[in-house]
Ligand binder design. Structure first.
Ligand SMILES: Nc1ncnc2c1ncn2[C@@H]1O[C@H](COP(=O)(O)OP(=O)(O)O)[C@@H](O)[C@H]1O
Ligand SMILES: [Mg+2]
Ligand SMILES: [Zn+2]
Length: 289
């Protein structure tokens, strides 16, 4: 809990989170690592995330950057309580808008399946690169927002529709398109629909996994502006994953750099950009300059 105790207003903190795909063997530990790769040559087990620590502060955007396969999405899905970590802890603290602790920290990994789902529906929101992962493509925009709100315990149809309309306004979608199907929207608009759905239950933490990676540069810039605007307006805490340091640079105050499942560097984004310590980070930085 060392890093965790040094930050005062954390809402979510990972402690030694680890996820392997495969049975593992006694060689995994020595034959995998940031410089050796994530796949054990003896047993084939992939260490997707190894001993990940971070503390997410109220209202901040923490960036996670790394090449494809470095474990970013696995980490996201562990935080989203969909992929179960095989070891480690994931602490959550409910805080009010002033950052005051409302409840004692709880380890989300100790929750049973039902409690995990409830937590995910009420306190988390996630946006994916591919809209069909975040949206039900057979439901309208309003229907998608309703789906999340019903799972979060909302029951009043009028209030749900009102909420959908508010969120479309926030994400700069024409509210008269509330009854349109997702496949009638462009790529950039679909990301706005996903963001609307993810934000609907007023989550404590918004998870963004490569949300602009599939978009044209100009569309990407406008979606990034929207995310900035939402963070400024709602002071929502975000975990932002991208393989593109340029995206991280624009949004994240602090950044973790992942390679082969390991965090090889972390700190203030500005400092990482100005003075990268790890050779891998230096390579990433030189590619955005
Ligand atoms: N369900 C799975 N089964 C086996 N290996 C997986 C699974 N999901 C991810 N992996 C492996 O874990 C590693 C990390 O993947 P991922 O978290 O998707 O990385 P990123 O999002 O950074 O591209 C990769 O080597 C990937 O092949
Ligand atoms: Mg990924
Ligand atoms: Zn092994």
């Amino acid at each position: 809990m060392q890093e965790i105790s040094t930050t005062k207003r954390w809402v979510l903190a990972a402690e030694q989170l680890t996820k392997r795909y495969g049975a593992g063997c006694s060689y995994c530990e020595t034959l995998t690592g940031p410089e050796r790769g994530n796949r054990c040559p003896v047993c084939g087990t992939v260490t997707a995330c190894a001993n990940i620590n971070f503390a997410l502060e109220q209202g901040e955007i923490l960036g996670i950057v790394g090449e494809s396969g470095s474990g970013k999405s696995t980490l996201m899905q562990m935080v989203n309580l969909v992929v179960s970590a095989e070891s480690g802890a994931l602490w959550y603290r409910e805080v009010d808008t002033a950052g005051q602790l409302v409840d004692e920290p709880m380890n989300l990994l100790t929750l049973d399946r039902y409690a995990r789902r409830t937590f995910r529906n009420q306190r988390l929101g996630i946006v994916y690169q591919r809209p069909e992962l975040g949206l039900n493509m057979k439901f309208t925009v309003g229907g998608n927002v309703a789906e999340k709100l019903l799972l979060a315990g909302w029951r009043n149809v009028g209030q749900i529709r009102q909420r959908a309309s508010e969120l479309m306004h926030l994400t700069e979608l024409p509210t008269e398109r509330i009854d349109d199907d997702p496949h009638m929207f462009s790529g950039g608009m679909l990301q706005r629909v996903q963001i609307s759905k993810a934000l609907s239950s007023n989550p404590a933490v918004l998870l963004l996994d490569e949300v602009t990676s599939g978009l044209d540069v100009s569309v990407q810039a406008r979606v990034l502006d929207l995310i900035k605007h939402i963070q400024w307006e709602l002071k929502i805490t975000m975990l932002l994953v991208s393989h593109d340091l340029g995206v991280i640079k624009q949004l994240a105050g602090r950044t973790m750099v992942m390679k082969n499942g390991w965090v090889v560097e972390s700190g203030l984004t500005d400092q990482i950009l100005e003075d990268p310590q790890h050779p891998y980070t230096q390579l990433l930085v030189s590619s955005v300059l």
